[in-house]
Ligand binder design. Structure first.
Ligand code: URA
Length: 240
């Protein structure tokens, strides 16, 4: 393939995060940078980063891989695994033509809807899910029956499910809705079917469950089944 020099060396070095543009110029002039094995000290030198090898004192200098981050409003009826032996619809079938293979960060039950992050960045996914970072997750939940103040306090303090107490939770906006109640609950852990089990444990089975925020990142008005790209700034909100 023929070379197509498109970028100045100092700009490329800065884009790779090696140094600021000014500092990169110094590195070039002091003879610390080679392209295809040849030391380059010429300031206007242009290169083709697709085909040429740049080194700083022998160390390869490469552009950081750009990752894809998606926020999906998962509809009910979709599984968050990458394949399903029972042939149920998988969330990634809702995300088409990205040109990259993204996977869900964590899980939502098949019957749960709402905010689901998908990415091709395994490192960030690990960080989000690691117990030392684990973010708050906020759910809007519709449960059977009127929920008393006492039960709300119990759920907030921590309640035993699967032989272990849950961490403190926060419940707000509890309103009666006919024979049911609608509440907003924020939990810190991500145990399997946690919200359903918590409400079941106090005698109020869940009718509908929707995750409305992941950390400080809110689902907002994204329609069910739709997705959008997340910016770096929004990603930071996930970890808050
Ligand atoms: N809690 C649940 O019970 N289900 C989910 O999908 C998420 C949290």
């Amino acid at each position: 393939m023929a070379l197509n020099p498109t970028i100045r060396l100092q700009k490329y070095l800065a884009e790779c995060g090696l140094a600021s543009r000014r500092k990169a110029e110094l590195l070039i002039s002091e003879g610390s940078i080679s392209v295809d094995g040849k030391i380059i000290t010429e300031m206007g030198y242009k290169l083709d980063p697709e085909l040429q090898i740049v080194r700083y004192r022998g160390e390869l200098v490469r552009r950081k891989k750009k990752h894809t981050y998606i926020l999906l409003n998962k509809p009910r009826g979709y599984v968050t695994t990458m394949s399903d032996p029972q042939g149920r619809p998988i969330v990634t079938s809702l995300i088409k033509d990205l040109g990259v293979r993204v996977f869900p960060v964590g899980r939502l039950d098949i019957d749960t809807e709402g905010a689901l992050i998908l990415t091709d960045d395994g490192e960030l996914a690990h960080k989000i899910l690691h117990p030392s970072h684990e973010s708050n997750k906020t759910y809007e939940v519709l449960v059977k029956g009127p929920v008393s103040r006492g039960k709300i306090k119990k759920l907030e303090r921590g309640i035993e499910i699967d032989g272990r107490s849950t961490w403190p939770a926060k419940i707000s906006k509890a309103v009666k809705q006919g024979p049911a109640s609608r509440l907003v609950i924020t939990i810190h852990e991500g145990r399997k079917r946690q919200v359903r089990k918590m409400f079941e444990a106090v005698g109020h089975p869940v009718i509908n469950l929707k995750r409305i925020a992941y950390g400080q990142l809110r689902l907002g008005s994204l329609p069910s089944g739709s997705y959008r790209y997340l910016s770096r700034e929004e990603l930071k909100k996930v970890l808050l």
